[in-house]
Design a protein around this ligand. Structure first.
Ligand code: SF4
Ligand code: SF4
Length: 150
């Protein structure tokens, strides 16, 4: 283990991160708003424009001394990670954007989609759900009636 790793407290083993689709509609932004409403979840956009979700949750294989408990059998993703190119120790990852709260995400989405478009799409999406939900009991009633007629 390198000296830097020894002093770091194994930060790279305390979260996991994967790429998500770049949002381009109100509904897609709203899904991400929901992701970041959860504790210890953040989303960032890399300089190249790719979107990632990070979940701050330590690996169960990490032992109390901050070492990998299954080092010889560690997954490929851990084997491929190069401590020499570790971007966690730098602190500044140069993200294009980073969201830790629903408010931050919503502000960004308003900017990208345009304030009016955002509000219009939001109202339309909510209305659609409300209509669907209002229609549900009616459907059940119709089915019930049918079965009574038999
Ligand atoms: S690779 Fe980076 S984050 Fe992982 S233990 Fe080493 S210094 Fe820390
Ligand atoms: S398996 Fe080992 S190296 Fe990989 S994240 Fe877990 S503790 Fe770290």
């Amino acid at each position: 283990m390198s000296k830097t790793c020894q002093n770091c407290g194994a930060r790279c083993c305390r979260y996991f991160c994967f790429e998500i689709d770049k949002p381009d509609s109100f509904a897609e932004f709203d899904d991400i708003r929901w992701y970041v409403a959860h504790e210890d979840v953040s989303v960032h956009v890399e300089q190249g424009g790719d979107w990632y979700i990070s979940i701050m949750n330590p690996c169960k294989m990490l032992d109390r001394s901050g070492r990998c408990g299954i080092y010889e059998d560690r997954p490929l993703i851990c084997r491929k990670y190069d401590p020499e190119k570790c971007d966690l120790i730098g602190g500044d990852y140069g993200y294009k954007a980073e969201f830790h709260t629903p408010e931050q995400l919503e502000a960004y989405a308003r900017e990208v989609l345009g304030k009016k478009n955002y509000e219009r799409a939001k109202a339309a999406a909510r209305e659609k759900i409300a209509q669907k939900q209002a229609a549900k009991p009616a459907k059940k009633t119709r089915k019930k009636r049918k079965s009574t007629q038999r």
